[in-house]
Write a protein that binds this ligand. Structure first.
Ligand SMILES: [Zn+2]
Length: 238
């Protein structure tokens, strides 16, 4: 199992209500497409640990507000913070492939690449328990940001297990942001040891819009193990 989670972000009883915004509503067909992705997450996690349900007045206090993204897909991590009743999930039909990732955030998962606790440079010390080396193109990540990230990280998140390059929560290589040195010998060996395919930026787990529509996306084993642990049932149930 891998991943970083925000334990305080866990939704009570794994019930995650959602409600369409009245000011910037997500249109009907798109709500259904999101519901399909919700069903697939529930099935992959299994055991009724997590369920996304339509919000009902008087029954649900906390919820996700579905909002037309207008070119953006985004979500906060975990349940709404203290003092707030909802968290916004921005949905855009052109970015449907991003929704499995965004719903991962909603359930409490952070970005997998953010668990790198060493500076984001080519000279970072390699640690198999932390992950393969990533480096920042054009030094876009400053030392200040790395320090801030470490502090934020230590206060909110818990990490465990191996670094999971194929997590839905791992960013693909992005121009001018964190990326992989696909010729990095240590990284190549790391992937070989794990039985992973040859490393290219394209082989990371980044569902397309068609994957989202056709139900062909898949969370990694680490994604599923982490969410099963976070939403474990108190009493034994099958
Ligand atoms: Zn994200």
């Amino acid at each position: 199992m891998g991943h970083c989670v925000k334990p305080a972000g866990k939704w009570p009883d794994g019930v995650i209500p959602y409600k369409n915004d009245t000011a910037k509503p997500v249109k009907d067909g798109l709500v259904q497409a999101i519901e399909k992705i919700m069903r697939r997450w529930e099935a992959q996690i299994g055991g009724n640990r997590v369920s996304f349900v339509p919000w009902r007045e008087g029954e649900h206090n906390l919820y996700i507000l579905l909002q037309a993204g207008e070119g953006m897909a985004s979500a906060d991590i975990g349940r709404p913070p203290q003092g707030k009743t909802f968290t916004v999930l921005k949905v855009d039909g052109g970015l449907l492939g991003k929704m499995p990732h965004e719903l991962g955030h909603i359930m409490g998962l952070a970005h997998e690449q953010d668990r790198i606790t060493t500076p984001y440079t080519k000279n970072a010390v390699y640690d198999p328990n932390i992950g393969p080396r990533l480096y920042a193109v054009e030094n876009s990540v400053t030392a200040f940001k790395v320090e801030a990230k470490k502090k934020e990280w230590a206060a909110l998140y818990v990490t465990s297990g191996d670094y999971d390059l194929f997590s839905l929560m791992h960013y693909p290589a992005m121009p001018k942001q964190l990326t992989f040195d696909c010729k990095d010998e240590v990284l190549i060996q790391y992937c070989k040891d794990k039985g992973w395919p040859g490393l290219t930026p394209e082989c990371l787990n980044s569902p397309s819009n068609d994957d989202a529509t056709n139900d062909t996306w898949r969370a990694s084993a680490g994604d599923i193990a982490t969410l099963r642990a976070l939403y474990a049932r108190e009493e034994s149930q099958s």
